[in-house]
Write a protein that binds this ligand. Structure first.
Ligand code: SF4
Length: 592
């Protein structure tokens, strides 16, 4: 077998047993790895009777055939589980080096279930997996955890860990990756917390990935790198300004949600933009294993130093909360990382609370623009203190408690990211149909075509054609998440490049068309998972504000999302019935 290591590790935290499972070549071939393989495993193991915090819920970590090879941006890995925030299937991917090392330990997947009786760390040393008591880690912040792990297991150890928020089962908690990057969305940290699992450490990894055709691989990698070095986004925008290069672009397009989506342009956007970050707080570039783009940033404020803030964090804790002070926004992002919290959903629930306060639905000392208070409330959420206990449940449950659901800007329980879909209709459809709830990464990144003109510019205000276009984008993205590579690389590299890389690594001939079918299968499998959980077409919707309140100013003035016709076209193009259920014929066609 080439490209895959041929085995998976299954860890039972309850019994402290480890089982090594032989990988199924046919399953690898049609689901690849990452998101695809994760969806298959979760579908087969975690059904509708199992709740997110039940010990039987699984954390399915997967790598892909390109991981740890010379393919560009191949340092990523994926985690799939049932989300406690949304109740949906939830897949998240991250970079750094952890996935790269997991594969070099000889595993295509690490499946964790059960629940430890006391705080526990999992330590992986090549194919040896051990359990260690983590009582003295429990309650520690992410940076304190990092310090302890590196002193105990050596400076080259790579680790995933939760912070206090995950331990407290905060539904908007995340899992931090080497203390720098995150498996951010859907409350994944709380699933680890529910299992009493503080960290997963990889101490040593020494395997190499078998490549079927090394000569061909060298050639395709060189060509791919040439394309990446020629594309303005991957050669200039991301390396020079990181993801925050988007702040001014999105604000000028009039789709930068401000004050809980009450406005669509932020007057202080330039104060928190990538250009300002580069001038005022930038320290150095950083990034994932196997990637020369290095879009990450280490920054320093007067009080602190840390990773980011990335575009989504700058928006969520900045514009969405009406805060235009860069140092405060960066400090808030560092604090979320320290406590192990998703910056997008944290910004979402803070902005929701601010609007409830503005409308006198609650009484709280938290107002739009009040940066200092943001820090105070982030800490309260992580420790579930006072009203922080209610906010820790995410904006949907929080707003419902105060009979104010209209002010929770979420879909299926997941807070919207940094694009107002009223000025990008396809993005509205993307949020409504994304399997894990409103998300720019899993629903289809229509901002590429509707705003950035990548791979081509399409009219952002039209409805016709968006259903079919989005379905194709989703299929392609599901492939990239399974290969597994970075989305940013897809600005320069289309499906045929990934097919050539895969063919060279695995020795199995894939075409661009094969990959699109493979992506379609994954999207359908995720859909089947959510339908089995009881989700229906009624959940493919958006907050009412976005469908009823017209944008008041800027280039998107007068727009609302016209979801219904786009959704009908989308279902039809997908071969789903009018209720959004895949037809028997479609499932047969996809071998599902
Ligand atoms: S472009 Fe950025 S996120 Fe993507 S692999 Fe490279 S460093 Fe990681």
């Amino acid at each position: 077998m080439h490209g895959w290591m041929g085995k998976m590790a299954e860890v039972d935290l309850t019994t402290r047993q480890v089982k090594i499972i032989k990988g199924d070549p046919e399953q690898y071939k049609v689901y690849l790895g990452g998101r695809g393989l994760g969806a298959r495993i979760l579908y087969d193991r975690v059904d509708q009777k199992i709740k997110p915090f039940d010990p039987e819920n699984c954390l399915v970590f997967t790598v892909g055939p390109l991981t740890s090879t010379s393919a560009p941006t191949s340092g990523r890995f994926s985690l799939t589980t049932k989300s406690p925030l949304t109740g949906t299937i939830c897949e998240s991917s991250s970079g750094e080096k952890w996935g790269w090392q997991l594969k070099k330990c000889g595993f295509d997947a690490l499946i964790i279930h059960g629940s430890a009786r006391t705080p526990t760390n999992i330590i992986i040393n090549n194919d040896r997996i051990e359990f260690k008591d983590a009582s003295d880690y429990w309650g520690q912040t992410v940076s304190a955890t990092k310090k302890k792990i590196l002193s105990q297991y050596g400076r080259n150890a790579d680790f995933l860990s939760i912070g206090p928020a995950g331990e407290n089962k905060v539904l908007i908690s995340c899992i931090m990756n080497n203390g720098l990057r995150a498996l951010g969305r859907g409350g994944l940290g709380a699933v680890m917390g529910s299992k009493n699992l503080k960290a997963i450490v990889i101490k040593e990894s020494s395997r190499t990935v078998p490549v079927a055709d090394p000569e061909k691989m060298k050639f395709v990698v060189a060509e791919s790198n040439k394309m990446l070095r020629a594309h303005p986004i991957t050669s200039k925008g991301l390396p020079e300004f990181g993801t925050t290069a988007l702040v001014n672009i999105i604000n000028e397009a009039g789709i930068f949600p401000t004050k809980n989506f009450q406005q669509s342009q932020f007057q202080d956007a330039s104060k928190i933009s990538g250009e300002t970050i580069a001038k005022k707080i930038f320290v150095k570039r950083t990034g994932c294993a196997g990637c020369f783009i290095q879009c990450g940033r280490i920054t320093r404020t007067k009080q602190n130093e840390g990773e980011g803030p990335e575009f989504e964090s700058v928006w969520a804790l900045g514009a969405n909360c009406g805060v235009g002070d860069l140092e405060t926004v960066a400090n808030a992002a560092y604090l979320c990382n320290e406590l192990g919290m998703d910056t997008i959903s944290t910004g979402g629930v803070l902005a929701c609370a601010m609007e409830l306060n503005q409308r006198e639905k609650i009484k709280i000392d938290l107002r739009f623009g009040d940066g200092k208070k943001i820090l105070k409330y982030i800490a309260k959420i992580a420790t579930r203190e006072g009203i922080g206990n209610e906010m820790a449940e995410g904006s949907k449950r929080f707003a419902k408690k105060y009979k104010s659901e209209a002010y929770a800007m979420q879909v299926k329980g997941l807070d919207l990211p940094a694009y107002d879909p009223r000025g990008s209709q396809g993005m509205g459809l993307s949020y409504a149909t994304s399997p894990r709830g409103a998300c720019h990464l899993k629903g289809g990144y229509m901002i590429g075509a509707e705003i950035l003109g990548a791979p081509k510019m399409i009219n952002r205000f039209t409805r016709t054609g968006k259903g079919s276009y989005l379905a194709e984008v989703q299929n392609q993205e599901a492939v990239i998440d399974s290969v597994i590579a970075c989305r940013f690389a897809t600005y320069a590299l289309g499906a045929p490049y990934w097919a050539r890389l895969l063919t060279a690594v695995t020795g199995i001939t894939y075409t661009g068309e094969d990959l699109m079918t493979l992506g379609e299968r994954i999207i359908n499998l995720e859909r089947l998972y959510n339908l089995r959980e009881g989700f229906t077409c009624k959940d493919d919707t958006l907050p009412k504000r976005l469908m009823r309140e017209k944008v008041s100013n800027g280039p998107a003035k007068g727009q609302v999302v016209d979801l219904k016709p786009m959704l009908e076209e989308y279902y039809q193009f997908r071969g789903w019935d009018t209720k959004g259920v895949p037809t028997k014929e479609k499932l047969k066609e996809l071998n599902l």
